[in-house]
Design a protein around this ligand. Sequence first.
Ligand code: NIG
Ligand code: FE
Length: 410
Amino acid sequence: MSATLIDNIGTLVTNDPQLGEGLLGQITESAMVLDGPRVGWVGPRAQAPAADTRHDAQGACILPGFVDSHSHIVFAGDRSGEFAARMSGQPYRAGGIHTTVAATRAASDSRLQEVARWQRAQARMQGTTTLEIKSGYGLTVADEQRTLRVAGEFTEETTFLGAHLVPEEYRADPDGYVSLVTGDMLAACAPHARWIDVFCERGAFDAEAARRVLEAGRRWGLGTRIHGNQLDHGPGVQLAVAERAASVDHCTYLTEADVAALAEAARRGPQEQTVATLLPGVDFATRQPYPNARTLWDAGATVALASDCNPGSCFTSSLAFCIALAVREMHLSPQEAVWAATAGGARALRRSDVGHLAPGARADVVQLEAPNPVYLAYRPGVPLVHSVWESGTMVYQNTFPPTAPRFGSR
Ligand code: NIG
Ligand code: FE
């Protein structure tokens, strides 16, 4: 097993306050050792141990790879027209999902693989090293199962979302669809999934149906998560907290009681808590109000940021963009937003091996073309990812421009 020394780091974000300064556990003038697939050592440059190879970070910032805990990248078709119409004044309607369902059902397996591979690669180039992927555009037993098989080629974080919307052929019998989802569809999908999710919203599934879905998933050994409070003050947040779901995602419309419930849930500890996962790209691309992440954070809730990359409500895979929005529009500090897109995402997936860079963690590492993590919000829209390592192997390097200056004043 070979060891790589990443030397000459301007700011190393460990996300471990015991290893460095502040929330992000930052160590300046530092170095780290990737010991095969794991982090072997982090600390001041002057104390760096020997290694087999040396990578010069040229004074740049190194941080844990982004943990994007919410995406829907197995799909076919195009909904740019829907986005354009929305930007000209039409409201977002969950019904657009039917368009993607029809295109996904009609697509070949290889087309679905091609789209997912493309999206996974783009996410990686932007610093995402862990990516959750949901089904939910098949909505038949066979199409949900093949979606999850494709998702499983690109991630270990696969989520069964048969309860995304009642498909048109079940419009007259929504209860029958919930029975299918919790019966034959779940039986076919559970072996390919780690999680079960449900869109708990007016027009999708009510609290009672959502509870049935989560309970059925748990019987098959799946972890639970919810899409909630996206379009309205719905029951999703309270249900997620009561059911001890790992995460409730969107949280665009929150009452004081919802914020209090999420804060209370955060006190249950890493394996029992319900994370508030915010999806600022969705609020951006659907012209929704942004939730106030400041209020959530100050109340004590655990906050994650994720992309929700999907062809309908938000077609970005850039966690850097989400960080910039969370800072500008949701009132997180740059440090808090970076934490939420790394350590927060890991908590939303109940993972302790990713989202931080303490010794023993998975060596999922990003080098920025910037001296510190504030630049992710300070330089929005600029491609700042220079290099990406997954499990200790370099999987991406941006060699253009080849002459980036050394960071720092020397
Ligand atoms: O997370 N909220 C429901 N599902 C997706 C949107 C999917 C779509 O519009 O195709 C979301 O926003
Ligand atoms: Fe989603």
